[in-house]
Design a protein around this ligand. Sequence first.
Ligand code: ADP
Length: 397
Amino acid sequence: MGEVNLEHVTKRYQDVTAVDDMNLEIEDGEFVTLVGPSGCGKSTTLETIAGLTKPTEGKITIAGREVTNLPPKDRGIAMVFQNIALFPHMDVYDNISFGLRLRDYDKDEIDRRVDKAADIVQLEGMLDRMPDEMSGGQRQRVAIARAIVREPEVFLMDEPLANLDAKLRVHMRTELQRLHKELDATIVYVTHDQAEAMTMSSRIAVINKGELQQFAPPLECYNAPANLFVAGFIGSPSMNLIEGTVDESGLDLTDYHIDFDPGQLDGVGPGDHVTLGVRPEDVYLVEDADKVAHPSGRIDAQTDVLEPMGDEIFVYLLTGEQEMAGGGMDAEAGDAHQLLMSVDPDKELEVDSDVEVVLDSENVHLFDTGTGEAITHDLRFAATETEPTGTEAEGDD
Ligand code: ADP
């Protein structure tokens, strides 16, 4: 069926390596999203699967068959692009059936496929409309129906929602999930929008500079990002990332100290440069510390900016020099560092006030600042043990 495998796929354009040694094993029926910033190599990766671009190195198989050197039409795929290229002088029926008519399918078979596709994308009753009589979302559904009638094993979609307005994009996300369920086909989808990737996919492939960073279910990328890039890219607003240095009793983050026993983390010792990562929802006001099973020590901070979102308030906190300056509108930001916290919408907070916050140690991540690789996603065990003197250590001195 529709498995897609990329083995060591590399694509170079002169001195640009658009895709760098990409390995992906996509299972039959999966909805996999390639996500990453603009220019990271998502489209090129998809184009190598489609056969629109030939990889410089590597091998691609679709449904167990090597397709590396096959033309697109022989790969069992259908593509949907960002630009919805419908023929303006043809009605919906003719647009959807165009490819089938070119291939001389018989009329009954074409009708059967068009009716079924129109039903799936909910365009029944609109088959005689012209493209200029349709909304952007409807036109995109025609483009998807045109892919469906090919009955491919794999759908390849490159930012198909990018040209739609924000509300329609959110609506089409649910439509695409329904479509995936009904078609029971493999979908490989490209987007730069991490929210789209998070909501629709069975797994997401996070790409940066042509290299695969993590290939995992969305929540795994969110809860256990493999490295600093994934930590910063997945999640909106982004995870707080704060650089520091490990010392004998934990982590020195310049403005405050997070206590834990570094001896409990493999390969980490005093002097190591690490980056602490904590999501805004894992930062709590001290008064709410009882909601957290394993809070860190307290951190002094000052509220800087409040953003009420309706269902939560984003609170931009400053730690360090700012709060030492005594607060107030005229306080110098100095060397202050920002820490973003999310609190319940009913919290009454004032700008420029002193607060104490704690971190939920179970959701504190540490990364090696040099390599960017994750060290741990849970500091709980270490943070709560204030005097971890081991009995075996006795007698050493
Ligand atoms: P994305 O889809 O993530 O935005 P692309 O796959 O389009 O990224 O591009 C990845 C990199 O390859 C970019 O640096 C881009 O400029 C480069 N690139 C893509 N296509 C070509 C091409 N035909 N010729 C030269 N460079 C290209």
